[in-house]
Design a protein around this ligand. Sequence first.
Ligand code: NAD
Length: 500
Amino acid sequence: MATASASHAYKNFINGEWVAPRSGKTLENRNPGNTDELIGIFPLSSREDVDVAVSAAKEAYKTWRLIPAPKRAEILFRAVELLVKRKEEFSRDMTREMGKVLAETRGDVQEAIDMTYYMAGEGRRLFGQTTPSELPNKFAMSLRQSIGVCGLITPWNFPMAIPAWKMMPALVCGNTLVIKPAEDTPLSTYHLVEMLSEAGLPPGVVNLVGGDGPDAGAPLTKHADVPVISFTGSTSTGRIIAETCAPTFKHYSLEMGGKNIILVMDDANLDLAVDGAIWGGFGTTGQRCTAASRVGIHKSVYKEFVGRFVERAAKLRVGNGLDPSVEMGPCINEQQLQTVMSYVEIGVKEGAKLLTGGHRLAGGELAKGWFHEPTVFGDCQPKMRVAQEEIFGPVVSLIPIDGLEQGIAVANGVPYGLSASIYTRDVNHAFAAMRDLYTGIVYVNAPTIGAETHLPFGGTKQTGNGHREAAVAAIDFFTEWKSVYIDYSDKLQRAQIDNN
Ligand code: NAD
């Protein structure tokens, strides 16, 4: 059987074959925790490669859309069974290519598994509606129809989960696709595509083109034969994609940045809130779109919370994610590390109090990777840049608040709207927060991270453009509604006219 790699050199997957990029260009994928370790050499594809992949997907769409959805779903079920068997191997590979600790990469692969089971189940649902007609002897219903070739563009922080969030609903709905994974973490997407191929997916239904944003991603978003673009990444790239897709009225869903907050009220269980803020702020080295990069703390418990939180943050063990004692891995690359370091300077300059961390970690083995200390800024003003902008690293800004009303104003006072959380034992506060936090996700007595695949996922304002991923919401994005009327009266019946 053909495989994705030969001695670490990976190829594109087009029309059921592993093929070298026509561009002839490649990219080294190295472990961010130890850059001496080469994970593999991956294609840096060009527009030509994208064109070939899109033609294969366009051709395959002619037959794939007509395969009954329960039969399409059976292939997904077979693929997920293969994925379950190889979960540990793929999790270890993901820690090597992305850096996050093994417990978290196991979670990432599990999320892909959950999503695949969920969407395979949709093969026997994909429900529409039947509804009475306003006219006699007339039948009315709505059906979902597939759309065509989907272009999927994904980031590096969830290297298997996010590709699965997009691929599985696209496929079960009868679309074909071309995926362009993030340049820093292509291997996990390769693993996913290999499982689908082994499960018997027909050639051309899934195509994988490795490469960077401008040369491989952009041609996909511009392609006339790609009516759907699903993107997850930064808000700045999302804006470019929106501008590219709008003139030709493509369907495009954008899942972008976040500046999420945990609110700690005066009646909160502080032990629980500290646990949540540590996991929400420093899990995945703060490189989650839902990371709790801000904590708003009621003034009456501020001192106590800050003391405990800083003590815990300073003790986090940073290192190679394959070491079971390590709690936090590296930043994804040198550029991301530089961004974190520049925000530390910004925070200090604008008067935030550096309570712990603030430096690159480069002693001993850590010198080979992009490690940074867990960093906490205290006494932050809500409008400071460290409390407004997405840093995407292990930096948490603590903001004193007077009470619920001000806490919600602070929470909502950022350009993003992905996730927010409140720690309180007051049911009135919990319900008011649920109602007034203007985000796509709200947690009560849990941190801002931890989405489940059967609920809609996404955010408001500059986090998204109104679509949601996961759950039935994903099915809504990857299909179009068609309303069908069947008149069996044998005469002309005019709606709104003949029965009024
Ligand atoms: P990024 O925007 O730099 O890249 C994302 C993807 O877009 C990559 O595959 C990249 O190659 C591609 N790309 C870049 N320029 C492009 C262009 N001009 N045309 C087409 N494609 C292009 O983001 P990143 O650094 O990989 O990921 C981090 C960002 O992703 C953060 O802002 C984070 O909040 C966000 N994110 C959001 C969610 C969510 O669901 N809201 C989930 C995870 C990550």
